[in-house]
Design a protein around this ligand. Structure first.
Ligand code: SF4
Length: 495
C-alpha cells in the first residue's frame, strides 16, 4: 500500500519504516559553529526530511533558525551568517510524535529566569502526556504538542535550583522512553543518551573542538575522529571553548536496549554504532541469512539500496560453501524519484514501485532468483517486486529477509505501521509467502541478529519483532524489569 489518503495529494511510499530524527552538537575554539552543524545535518539528512534547525550561542545570546523542509532548503548563506557563536546544536526531523508543522520543528528553544535552552531530541517518550499535564499544572505554557517541549520544560524547571548535571539527572529520572539529546544551555553544549541507550549518539573530536551526533558519518563529514559512543545513561558536557569535555555517567543499568533496527535499516552503512560498522553488521546479517536459509539459485540480487549489504554478505557466504551463485544487480533504481509522488488514484499508488525500480531482463530472464531485502512491513512492495521479476522472465523468485518478521509496532520513535497494517502481525511465514507470491520466503532469526551484532538479546530492543518491549508501554508486554532506573555513581571524566 502506498500512503496518502487524499486523492491527488503528494504522497509517500510508506511500505517502509521511517527514520526518526538526527541530532548534532558542536563546540569550537575559535570559529562559528553554524556551518559545521549545517554540514553535519546534511550527513544526517536520511534521519529526517520534514524540518531542519540550528541554535547557536555567541556568549551573550542565543540565535536560532528553524525551517520546514530539507537542510539544503532550510538555510541560505544569510541564515548561517546570522547564527553567530562557537557553540551550537542542530536537528533534522521526521515527526514521530507531535504535529507536522513548524511548532514541533527543532531545536526547541526556551528562555527562562536562569538562562536560555535549546534542545534537539531523537526518540520518543512513552510518558510525555503525564509529564505535560504535571508541568501544565505548575504553570508551564506549551506551544506544541510534541514530547520534546516536555523535556525542555522539565529541564528548564530543574535548572532553576540545581546545577547542570543534577538538573539533567533529575530530568532523566522522570523521562521514560527513548531519547538521545543534544542540549544548548547558554553557551554550553551537552549530549545525553537515555539509560538504555535505545537511540545512538556518538562523540567526535575535531582539530579545534568536539562534536556530538546521532551517527559517526556526521563526524566524518567534519574531518573529525570518532572518539566513542556516548554511553547509555551518560551526559557529556562540551567545554564552551572547544578544548575538552566532561563525562558524567548518571545511570548505569545492567542491560541496554539498543534498537537493532538502526543496524538493519536506519543508520547509514558508513556509520559506526555501538562499536559496529553498520555496513559490516549488514553483511554479517546477510551471511547468517545464508547459513539459516540459503537456497541454491542462479542469481542473488538486492532490493536497492536497502538490501545491498545483506545480499553481498549472503552471496559471499554462499560462495564460501562452494555454491555457484552469481551476485548481480537485477533491479535498477530511478535515483530521481524522491520520497514523495503525486498519485491520483489508488491503482496508481499501488504501481508506485514501477516508478522506482525496473528489472534488468538479462539478469533475470529464464533464471532462478533470490531477492534479498532488509524487512517487509506491509508486504505491498515485496508483492510488486516479485511480480516485476516474474514479468521479466524469472523462473522462480525466492525472498530472503535479513531481519526477523516485524510483528508489532514501535513506540520509541520509529514510524513502522499500525499493528493492523503489519503483514506479519497475524500471519505465518507461509501465509506471507503466499501473499507476496514468492516461491519461498525466509526471515532471519532473532538469535542470529543478536549474534551478528555481537550483543545478547537482553541488550537489544527487539520489540517490533518479538512484541516484548524494553520500556513500560501501556497494554504491551515487556521483556525486562522496567522499574525506573536507579542513579549510579557519577563517573569521573574519563577520556
Ligand atoms: S521496537 Fe523495533 S524499531 Fe522500535 S526501537 Fe525497538 S527495535 Fe527499534
Amino acid at each position: 500500500m502506498q500512503a496518502g489518503n487524499v486523492d491527488g495529494e503528494a504522497t509517500r511510499s510508506d511500505d517502509e519504516p521511517r527514520e526518526k530524527c538526527g541530532v548534532v552538537g558542536v563546540s569550537l575554539s575559535d570559529r562559528d559553529a553554524a556551518r559545521p552543524v549545517y554540514y553535519a545535518l546534511y550527513a544526517l539528512q536520511h534521519r529526517g526530511q520534514d524540518s531542519a534547525g540550528i541554535v547557536t550561542h555567541d556568549g551573550f545570546q542565543q540565535h536560532d533558525h528553524v525551517e520546514m523542509g530539507l537542510v539544503g532548503d532550510a538555510f541560505d548563506e544569510g541564515d548561517l551568517a546570522e547564527l553567530a557563536g562557537s557553540t551550537g546544536i542542530g536537528h533534522v526531523r521526521y515527526p514521530t510524535a507531535g504535529s507536522v508543522d513548524k511548532s514541533c520543528a527543532q531545536p526547541f528553544s526556551v528562555s527562562f529566569n536562569s538562562g536560555s535552552l535549546g534542545l534537539s531530541h531523537n526518540g520518543n517518550l512513552v510518558n510525555a502526556a503525564g509529564l505535560r499535564d504535571e508541568l501544565a499544572r505548575l504553570g508551564h505554557a506549551f506551544t506544541s504538542d510534541g514530547d520534546t517541549e516536555v523535556i525542555a520544560h522539565s529541564l528548564a524547571r530543574n535548572l532553576l535550583d540545581a546545577d547542570l548535571s543534577s538538573a539533567v539527572e533529575q530530568t532523566m529520572r522522570r523521562l521514560h522512553g527513548s531519547y538521545s539529546l543534544t542540549v544548548m544551555y547558554d553557551d554550553r553544549v551537552l549530549g545525553v543518551r537515555d539509560p538504555r541507550g535505545n537511540r545512538p549518539l556518538v562523540l567526535g573530536e575535531l582539530d579545534d573542538g568536539y562534536v556530538l551526533a546521532s551517527e559517526s558519518a556526521a563526524v566524518d563529514v567534519l574531518d573529525g575522529e570518532l572518539v566513542r559512543d556516548v554511553r547509555p545513561g551518560e551526559a557529556i558536557v562540551l567545554d564552551a571553548d572547544g578544548q575538552g569535555y566532561e563525562s558524567v555517567r548518571l545511570f548505569d543499568l545492567e542491560t541496554t536496549a539498543h534498537c537493532f533496527f538502526e543496524h538493519v535499516y536506519f543508520a547509514r552503512p558508513d556509520s559506526v554504532i555501538d562499536g559496529t560498522l553498520v555496513y559490516e553488521a549488514r553483511r554479517e546479517l546477510g551471511r547468517a541469512l545464508w547459513r539459516e536459509s540459503g537456497i541454491d539459485t542462479d542469481v542473488v540480487m538486492p532490493v536497492p539500496d536497502s538490501g545491498r549489504a545483506f545480499a553481498s554478505g549472503y552471496a559471499d557466504a554462499a560462495s564460501e560453501t562452494g555454491a555457484d551463485v552469481e551476485f548481480a544487480e537485477g533491479l535498477m533504481k530511478n535515483r530521481y524519484v524522491g520520497r514523495t509522488f503525486i498519485m491520483p488514484t489508488q491503482d496508481e499508488r499501488e504501481r508506485a514501485v514501477r516508478l522506482k525500480l525496473n528489472p534488468i531482463r538479462s539478469t533475470v530472464e529464464g533464471r532462478t532468483v533470490t531477492l534479498i531485502d532488509d524487512s517487509i512491513v506491509r508486504g505491498t512492495t515485496s508483492t510488486q517486486l516479485v511480480e516485476l521479476l516474474r514479468d521479466a522472465g524469472a523462473e522462480s523468485v525466492h525472498v530472503r529477509i535479513g531481519a526477523p518478521a516485524i510483528v508489532a509496532p514501535c513506540y520509541f520513535g520509529i514510524d513502522m505501521a499500525t499493528r493492523e497494517e503489519l503483514i506479519a502481525a497475524d500471519r505465518t511465514t507461509e501465509e506471507i509467502r503466499e501473499t507476496v507470491g514468492a516461491d519461498s520466503l525466509s526471515y532471519l532469526s532473532v538469535d542470529a541478529v543478536a549474534d551478528a551484532l555481537d550483543e545478547t538479546r537482553d541488550d537489544l530492543c527487539l520489540g517490533c519483532v518479538t512484541g516484548e518491549y524494553p520500556y513500560d508501554v501501556d497494554g504491551e508486554a515487556t521483556d525486562r524489569d522496567v522499574s525506573r532506573p536507579t542513579v549510579g555513581e557519577p563517573a569521573e571524566a574519563d577520556d
